[in-house]
Design a protein around this ligand. Structure first.
Ligand code: HEC
Length: 184
């Protein structure tokens, strides 16, 4: 009898605690969705900045180019992966349910993005003045990604690649991930 009385006494508190905890969990899920979508938008803006400089090379400014590359670097790789760590069933999210099943592939693409961003950062540091010819793709240079797709095979390959080429592969990396892991 005493037990029942206690249960009744504490029941409402336990219930309230459960409600509060659920609310906290839901808002944490929404927060992570908001953060990752904001990160994606920031990366899109950064990519646009870089793209603009390749289109009109006289607008190239090493510091801005580097800042844009770093914006992507700091939001890709492990940071990006960690924002897709749980199957948050959030209504505003377009994340595919296959991310958790194909974790390795998702993480690898996120890391490729980071590798390209690091390469672009290095290119900006190497070219503090005007945009140099070495940053541009040579006429006729294959823009495609070859038989291995956009996956970064090794650092050597990346460091000898023209920045413009790395940038194109970076954009393809965005698309590769969206095609597979983002729902329309
Ligand atoms: C490893 C996978 C992956 C990579 C790489 C990636 N994205 Fe995304 N992106 C996603 C997923 C998944 C979503 C959906 C997120 C959601 O709605 O929760 C998304 C959403 C977006 C959105 C929509 C954001 C919104 O407000 O809803 C934009 C814009 C975007 N990405 C741009 C980019 C750009 C630009 C790049 C490359 C520089 C990039 N993404 C690279 C997986 C990726």
């Amino acid at each position: 009898m005493k037990l029942t009385a206690d249960a009744n006494k504490f029941g409402p508190f336990a219930f309230m605690a459960a409600v509060l905890m659920t609310a906290a969990m839901v808002s944490a899920e929404e927060d992570v969705v908001t953060i990752r979508q904001a990160d994606m938008k920031a990366m899109a803006a950064a990519a646009k900045t870089i793209s603009g400089m390749f289109k009109a090379s006289t607008t190239y400014k090493a510091s801005e180019f580097k800042w844009a590359a770093d914006t992507i670097r700091d939001r890709s790789g492990g940071v990006l992966s960690a924002h897709f760590a749980s199957a948050a069933d959030s209504r505003q999210s377009k994340a595919g349910p296959n991310i958790l099943e194909e974790r390795d592939r998702f993480d690898r693409i996120a890391n490729d993005l980071r590798d390209y961003a690091v390469a672009l950062d290095a290119a900006a540091q190497k070219n503090p003045g005007p945009m140099t010819a070495s940053m541009r793709m040579k006429p006729g240079e294959a823009m495609g990604s070859g038989p291995f797709g956009t996956h970064v095979r090794n650092e050597d390959e990346l460091s000898t690649m023209a920045a413009e080429h790395a940038f194109h592969l970076m954009l393809q990396t965005c698309t590769t991930c969206h095609t597979r892991f983002r729902m329309e």
